[in-house]
Design a protein around this ligand. Structure first.
Ligand SMILES: Cc1ncc(COP(=O)(O)O)c(C=O)c1O
Length: 446
């Protein structure tokens, strides 16, 4: 197959040489090719190559076509045709749309508020806007972003329980009327800066079963939640109900049932004091697919709807979902490159594989090896051996996977491309501005 190829070699003035129509063998490795050549027998372009030593060089093999469901055909085409500089993430917005449709079909009585923090790319927000989604935001910056793509304040929920009073006032001035709280102080700020607004109170949740727990920092005890809802009324706010987040990448579906049961107990206490509530916000937690298979979104929908019917019999609840990871995770693929392969001792069977992306350029969720991404290399299918995976920075915290048993092909080589799958969520925004001088993760929404 003839395909354009970016050789990636640099000439003496540090210019990348892009070669088109370079041949590749079925094994993928072309030996004896000039760096700028058009095949093993081609003469080097003397204009470009005049200063370069004419040594033989191994060229990285081309990524073979991957099965559908691994990487979308659109992303594969983009990678093959554009050969983007790595590291970068490519997000297929059609997959985001599919995920939104699947979620809203699974929970038809609910309203989706996309958690903008998962991936705030304008193309994603615009597509979800057109599909009728609402949006969960964490900051004035996310509010401004939503407004700038034509999303009105009436479609925004300010779901962060930690807000400055002036940020609440800003939100209100832009038409936001729905706020989260988990403390009296926060309610008082909302009452002053956004009087009369709708509020929901977030329950503290242990998040058992979640790969990325959101326990401890957010929410309050059920008793305190009940008190806060009454205090909200007394402060002139409109208490609507309860929210929780059972932890991100939650694979224990019973957590939703338990949390909805807890919400119902809070409702009963509050309603005994003459306040009618109507809102249950089940947050996120719906999964992407990393190394292990996960239940389909329809199973989550069944659990939530069954729990609502069981714990709020005969009542029509306003259901809110705040999906982040499940909307965009599987829609994105990171293209990265192997920078260095080394060992800590000549006899050490474990290779250290350093990539051009690490914890500080988008893969923060590898912290404690919590999120375990699937990797694809052009040499998949060959014999593998154990590796430690690390990023490119001069920081020893920048190790991606050391204790979990990752294995990669034994003939993996420096310069090989690595695809990191299901990386559409929580990658671009976690990427630092320029730690060690590495640029932020570039994204392409296609
Ligand atoms: C308030 C809130 N809602 C929703 C989400 C999205 O959660 P997930 O990515 O698990 O869907 C988050 C994630 O941090 C959150 O903080």
């Amino acid at each position: 197959m003839l395909a354009p190829r970016r050789v990636g070699a640099r000439n003496p003035v540090n210019r990348e040489v892009i070669v088109s129509e370079a041949p590749s063998t079925s094994a993928g490795t072309v030996r004896g090719e000039y760096q700028s050549g058009r095949g093993a027998s081609a003469k080097p372009d003397t204009k470009v190559d005049s200063f370069r030593p004419r040594r033989m060089r191994q060229v990285a093999p081309v990524m073979p076509a991957l099965p559908q469901g691994e990487v979308s055909a659109k992303i594969q085409r983009f990678l093959a045709e554009r050969r983007p500089k790595t590291p970068c993430v490519i997000v297929d917005v059609d997959i985001v749309e599919g995920n939104y449709r699947a979620l809203t079909a699974a929970m038809p009585q609910g309203r989706a508020y996309y958690a903008v923090k998962a991936n705030p790319a304008r193309e994603i927000l615009a597509r979800l806007r057109d599909l009728g989604s609402c949006f969960d935001v964490a900051s004035p910056g996310e509010i401004e972003l939503c407004l700038s793509v034509g999303i009105g304040g009436d479609r925004i929920s300010y779901g962060n329980t930690i807000k400055k009073e002036r940020d609440i006032a800003f939100a209100r001035s832009r038409g936001v009327r729905l706020f989260a709280a988990d403390s009296l102080s926060e309610l008082q700020k909302i009452a002053r800066a956004a009087p009369g607004s709708d509020v929901f109170v977030r329950l503290l949740w242990q998040c058992g079963g979640a790969e990325w727990p959101l326990s401890r920092k957010f929410g309050c005890s059920p008793k305190m939640a009940a008190d806060l809802l009454v205090q909200a009324r007394d402060l002139g706010l409109n208490p609507r109900g309860i929210s929780f987040h059972v932890g991100s990448q939650q694979t224990d579906l019973t957590q939703y049932d338990q949390a909805i049961a807890e919400a119902a107990r809070v409702f009963a206490i509050v309603e005994a004091q003459g306040i009618t509530l109507d809102l249950v916000n089940v947050g996120g937690g719906f999964p992407a697919r990393y190394r292990t298979d996960v239940a389909p979104i329809i199973a989550y929908g069944q659990v939530v709807e069954t729990a609502l019917a069981r714990h709020f019999p005969g009542r029509a609840m306003t259901l809110i979902m705040e999906p982040g990871r499940s909307m965009v995770g599987d829609a994105g693929v990171i293209a990265a490159e192997v920078v260095l392969i080394s060992r800590k001792d000549d006899d050490d069977p474990v290779r250290w594989v350093y990539l051009d992306i690490g914890k500080f350029s988008g893969l923060a969720e590898t912290m404690d090896e919590a999120i375990k991404y699937r990797l694809r290399t052009p040499r998949d299918g060959r014999a593998v051996g154990p590796v430690v995976l690390a990023g490119p920075t001069c920081d020893s915290a920048d190790i991606l996977y050391e204790t979990f048993n990752y294995e990669l092909p034994l003939d993996l080589a420096e310069g090989d491309q690595i695809l990191i799958l299901s990386t559409g969520a929580y990658t671009t925004t976690y990427s630092s501005v320029a730690f060690n001088g590495f640029r932020p993760l570039k994204d392409y929404c296609i």
